[in-house]
Design a protein around this ligand. Structure first.
Ligand SMILES: NC(=O)C1=CN([C@@H]2O[C@H](COP(=O)(O)OP(=O)(O)OC[C@H]3O[C@@H](n4cnc5c(N)ncnc54)[C@H](OP(=O)(O)O)[C@@H]3O)[C@@H](O)[C@H]2O)C=CC1
Ligand SMILES: Cc1cn([C@H]2C[C@H](O)[C@@H](COP(=O)(O)OP(=O)(O)O[C@H]3O[C@@H](C)C(=O)[C@@H](O)[C@H]3O)O2)c(=O)[nH]c1=O
Ligand SMILES: [Mg+2]
Length: 306
């Protein structure tokens, strides 16, 4: 079996390199691409991993004819996307459309990631897969357009909507809090946005299990919510990170972590207040357990700090 992984050096992509390796021959690309190994030096074809190169991307999938395409690449700078909507659209929607059509042509399974930011954040009930969407930001809107392109293409697919991703490698909220806690005595952190921090390791491992199951049973194809168990606010998340980091011996300057409202934290892109994702469909379809978010965060902190 041949697997094509795009975005291999992002938080999720990095963990997928590990989790997908035992499933088959893995061709992992970042935006710089690679040269396919030929029989003789210089003979290999150029492999494109750049999601802004739509023709290169289609040619790469057709050339490799993979059994599975896993797309971990995305435009993830939420505030910056408000000023760069065209680029965000190309990477999060147009390129995904190209991948979905190529998957359909090559009868490949397409695995893709989406976000809690496709929802408008109203209410307090966890969102289900079929709940009405209503993105508040360019990032959320372009991610939703990517999902819709996949569903319209007719390709076999798995779309995993996840939330608040963290990994030991790459930029994320926990790392930002650790950095600020060294520099400042007081942090102000939003306490009225509720969701679940989810580890890139967990996402990658669940993806590998789900891919194996779906290759044996196409009825499992579809859109699933994939987030760690439990819920918290960004303030609760920050407080846990600081407390655990101290327990692990980190020397931090911070003395106060003040809870604030979203309205008191002006940013370019609006975020949903309710980012809770109901993961029952995923757990039941694949027979998996999703551990509490604290477990993944603690593990990441150990990896960073010990
Ligand atoms: N991060 C989060 O909190 C959440 C993420 N998601 C989704 O999960 C998936 C994985 O996210 P995550 O791993 O955290 O994201 P990261 O930002 O860590 O990784 C995204 C990767 O995409 C790459 N990329 C960006 N533009 C291009 C391009 N034009 N061509 C090729 N690669 C490109 C980046 O490369 P480079 O480093 O070179 O820019 C980076 O390696 C995404 O679909 C994201 O939307 C969903 C919910 C939450
Ligand atoms: C740095 C900082 C952020 N915040 C707030 C802003 C924001 O609402 C929240 C998180 O900040 P971030 O910039 O990490 O958030 P953001 O980049 O919006 O994170 C999102 O990324 C995309 C890719 C997703 O798909 C989402 O699931 C989510 O993880 O915390 C504070 O309240 N205080 C602070 O000091
Ligand atoms: Mg961010």
């Amino acid at each position: 079996m041949r697997i094509l992984l795009l975005g291999k050096n992002g938080q999720v992509g990095w963990e997928l390199q590990r989790a997908l390796a035992p499933l088959g021959e893995l061709i992992a690309l970042d935006r710089r691409g690679a040269v396919e190994e030929g029989m003789r030096p210089g003979e290999g074809a150029r492999l494109c991993g750049d999601l802004t190169d739509l023709d290169g991307l289609a040619a790469t999938v057709d050339g490799l004819a993979p059994d599975v395409i896993v797309n971990a690449a995305a435009y993830t700078a939420v505030d910056k996307a408000e000023a760069e909507p065209a680029l965000a659209y190309t990477i999060n929607a147009a390129a995904v459309d190209v991948l979905a059509r190529a998957a359909a042509r090559n009868d490949a399974l397409l695995v893709h990631y989406s976000t809690d930011y496709v929802f408008d954040g109203s209410g307090e009930r966890p969102w289900q897969e079929e709940s009405p969407t209503g993105p508040l930001s360019v990032y959320g809107r372009t991610k939703l357009e990517g999902e819709e392109a996949i569903r319209a293409s007719g390709c076999r697919h798995l779309i995993f909507r996840t939330s608040w991703v963290h990994g030991a490698r790459g930029g994320n909220f926990a790392r930002t809090m650790l950095r600020l806690a060294v520099e400042r005595e007081r942090l102000t952190v939003i306490a009225d946005q509720i969701g679940a921090p989810t580890g890139a390791e967990l996402i990658a491992d669940v993806s590998a299990h789900a891919i194996r199951a779906t290759l044996r049973n196409s009825a499992l194809c579809g859109t699933y919510h994939l987030a760690a168990g439990g819920e918290t606010s960004w303030h609760g998340y920050a407080s846990f990170v600081i407390e655990q980091a101290r327990r692990l011996g980190a020397v931090l300057k911070v003395e106060e972590i003040a809870p604030i409202a979203s309205a008191d934290y002006p940013v370019a892109a609006a975020r949903p207040l309710n980012s809770r994702l109901d993961t029952r469909h995923l757990r039941e379809a694949f027979g998996l357990h999703l551990p509490d978010w604290r477990q993944g965060v603690e593990r990441m902190l150990r990896e960073i700090l010990e």
